[in-house]
Ligand binder design. Structure first.
Ligand code: ADP
Ligand code: MG
Length: 696
């Protein structure tokens, strides 16, 4: 690759292309829509659509699609060609403004949580001009929002855009008090994406991976991640070739792929982009996940994005680095170098601390899924308890403000908000704690609880909204203040004091923290049904309504969709386990038992006083475990039959999360024990060792 700058964004209808191809007036009108959300005139849309189509057709494109993000968590597309018949029986390539702005997919098969009955199946997609159109696989993709005909949102993008507006509105109120001339604010996000790569043939031999994305059986390999020899290790040639192609494909789409390295677990890797505005970052992360899978196929590998594909080694997460930026180029979480910046920074810090404390439940909900339940709280991921890490220096400052004492030995006076200048926090001293779910890392916060397969839309919708709510309360209080500086100082002190329980700088993986968090009254929502229960809490519904992010109906529909999804995922996993246990594992161990019996008999026949105690002992153990396996299969079958007694959606999810999962765990334990004593040639699937160490 010799010309990355030329390649970068070559498949994107970006600002440069717009300037080149659109008449000046059209370009100006479109820019106004992009920056202020001004409605787009149909005559302008017609010109834009035509220019987009010409640009795309020159690149061999024949179809377009409204590319949207339904509640499935992945992207959806339906391809329409540009052809339009002429009276001479030929076709011309056409694309109108109307087609650009609005699409009407028959969307009855997307999850809607009761918002759209199938008899009223129509939904519509509406162009989001704030995210650039792009060409993927020869299709012109137009990023869009997805709504029902009644106007209720059915996707992940619309609430994200609404939450960005809410954050902008409230932040600007606060910034105005500081004399800022910013007119728009947006959150910025850099999502670090973890993934596993395994060999395609090995993947194809495991139905659990194919149906569920994770291994439902499998004894530990003799080697795991304990030597810590994979993290940042040299990248194997096959993986390296994959990463190179992935980078190039992402660059073509304007994705700022920046960092790539091996992760902690064997066969695990990470890609991090340079951060951008949250809407773009969300679209780009979806594209990244899609391309990770597609490009892997070119290298006869499969990319696993499940958060816990293998038991006993690290799962995969996604770190959501989040900050707020103004359109005047200021990062509001940069501590700054003047007293005024100090006051402003501490106020925003206070807003975030308050938001995370008041809405711990929402942050936990935003990362709740059947897959991520295996990860949160395990030793490699932050626990299910939400807390904030500030680092020693910043925690010291916060503490000195709360207690009114000097914040370190060298400073002999008490920190004065808006008078003193904060010390510079070098990034590497603020980011030592890898166990914290929500860590300050010098000029941004890093939320580490997301699972690798998640869309980042929900998390950022929630973070934007809860911070907007803190800022709304702050602005209400400060706008009328007679002495602004004194009011800010008092508000910051009060907020730090009221919400200090959410700050924790110690080891989040320790058992002591679990107990300490309980004493502090922090939530510990251990699994998805427990967490989702809080989605529809009155305070959360009011929050979303107030900031016009969701209506109550929309919140309730999301709650249902997520609970149903959870139950469905576990149901598929349970059925897959039963299928594998009955059709593969049971027959395999019975055969192996037969082989052992025949060996014993043959040996005895050949030589009556031969010693066969080892074979006999193994046969006995195998038979005992086989009998146990049979019982555990029956128990899981029975647990699934009883699902019918749990018709209410939350009750049903809870049942899956307890009884069904318990039966699954018990079945797995026996099968894994059998794997350990069965000959490799007799075992029906590739082992953990085969999966984790097969790529050269
Ligand atoms: P680490 O692995 O130490 O967590 P990385 O450098 O891999 O850190 O990732 C940090 C991520 O944070 C990158 O995606 C980077 O672009 C992003 N980032 C940096 N500054 C900001 C910011 N102001 N807002 C949002 N994300 C940011
Ligand atoms: Mg990180």
């Amino acid at each position: 690759m010799n010309n990355v700058p030329e390649l970068f964004g070559s498949m994107v209808f970006n600002d440069t292309v717009m300037q080149e191809r659109l008449p000046k007036q059209t370009y100006k009108a479109l820019k106004k829509t992009i920056s202020d959300g001004a409605p787009l005139d149909i005559s302008v849309a017609n010109v834009v659509a035509n220019a987009m189509k010409d640009w795309a057709v020159e690149r061999g494109v024949t179809h377009y699609t409204h590319w949207f993000q339904p509640m499935t968590g992945i992207t959806a597309e339906k391809h329409d060609s540009f052809i339009s018949p002429t009276s001479e029986g030929k076709v011309i390539m056409e694309f109108s403004g109307k087609e650009l702005i609005k699409g009407e997919p028959d969307a009855s098969s997307f999850p809607s949580g009761g918002l759209r009955a199938t008899f009223e199946a129509r939904g519509y997609t509406a162009w989001d001009p704030t995210s650039y159109a792009f060409i993927k696989d020869g299709i012109l993709c137009i990023p869009t929002a997805f709504c029902s005909y009644g106007g209720e949102v059915l996707d992940k993008k619309t609430p994200l855009l609404r939450s960005t507006d809410a954050l902008s509105k409230q932040t600007l109120r606060v910034l105005k008090l500081f004399g800022s001339d910013a007119t728009k604010v947006t959150s910025t996000v850099g999502p670090e994406q973890e993934y596993f790569l395994i060999d395609e043939d090995i993947y194809n031999a495991r139905r659990d991976l194919m149906y569920t994305g994770r291994t439902l059986f499998g004894a530990k390999a003799p080697k795991g991640q304990e030597l810590e020899d994979h993290y940042f290790g040299s990248i194997k040639p096959r993986v390296s070739a994959y990463m190179k192609e992935l980078d190039e494909e992402l660059w073509k789409l304007g994705v700022l792929a920046k960092t790539k390295h091996n992760e902690v677990a064997p066969a695990q890797h990470e890609l991090a982009p340079i951060y951008t505005d949250t809407n773009t970052a969300t679209d780009h992360n979806q594209l990244t996940m899609e391309l990770m899978k597609k490009v892997a196929a070119h290298h006869h590998m499969v990319c696993l994005l499940h958060e816990k594909p293998f038991a006993g080694v690290n799962g995969s997460g996604k770190h959501n680095n989040w900050s707020i930026s103004t359109n005047t180029g200021v990062n509001l979480l940069d501590p700054g170098t003047t007293p005024a910046e100090n006051a402003q920074f501490l106020l925003f810090l206070a807003a975030i601390i308050k938001a995370v404390d008041d809405y711990q439940d929402l942050l936990r909900i935003s990362v709740a899924s059947a897959g991520n339940d295996h990860r949160l709280g395990a030793n490699e991921a932050p626990p299910a308890i939400v807390s904030i890490f500030l680092g020693d220096e910043l925690a010291g400052i916060v503490n000195s403000i709360i207690t009114g004492t000097p914040y370190n030995k060298s400073a002999d006076s008490v920190m004065q908000i808006g008078v003193d200048v904060l010390p510079v926090f070098p990034k590497d001293t603020t980011d030592r704690n890898r166990t914290s779910p929500f860590a300050f890392t010098g000029n941004k916060f890093e939320f580490r609880m997301l699972g690798s397969s998640f869309s980042i839309a929900c998390t950022n919708t929630f973070i934007n909204t809860i911070v907007a709510e803190s800022l709304r309360q702050f602005a209400d209080e400060l706008e009328g203040a007679e002495n602004l500086n004194a009011a800010i100082a008092a508000l910051v002190k009060k907020t730090f004091t009221d919400h200090q329980r959410i700050i924790f700088n110690g080891n989040n993986y320790s058992e002591e923290w679990v107990q300490e968090a309980e004493r502090r009254g922090l939530l510990n929502l251990k699994n998805t049904p427990e967490a989702l229960h809080y989605y529809v809490a009155e305070k959360n519904i009011r929050l979303f309504e107030r900031h016009k992010v969701f209506s109550e109906k929309e919140v309730r529909s999301r709650y249902e969709i997520l609970l149903e999804n959870y139950s469905k995922v576990i149901n598929i996993e349970a059925l897959t386990m039963l299928d594998m246990a009955k059709k593969d594992i049971f027959p395999a161990v019975v055969d192996y038992g037969k082989e052992l019996s025949e060996t014993i008999n043959a040996k005895k026949a050949a030589c009556p006083d031969v010693v066969v105690d080892a074979e006999t002992a193994l046969l006995k153990k195998l038979s005992a475990l086989t009998s146990c396996l049979y019982k555990k299969i029956a128990a899981l079958d029975a647990a699934l039959l009883d699902v019918k007694f749990h018709t209410e959606v939350e009750d049903c999810a809870k049942y899956y999360g307890s009884s069904v999962i318990n039966a699954m765990n018990e079945l797995r334990a026996v099968a894994d024990e059998l794997e350990v004593i069965t000959a490799k040639s007799a075992w029906p699937f590739p082992s953990y060792g085969d999966m984790l160490f097969s790529i050269k």
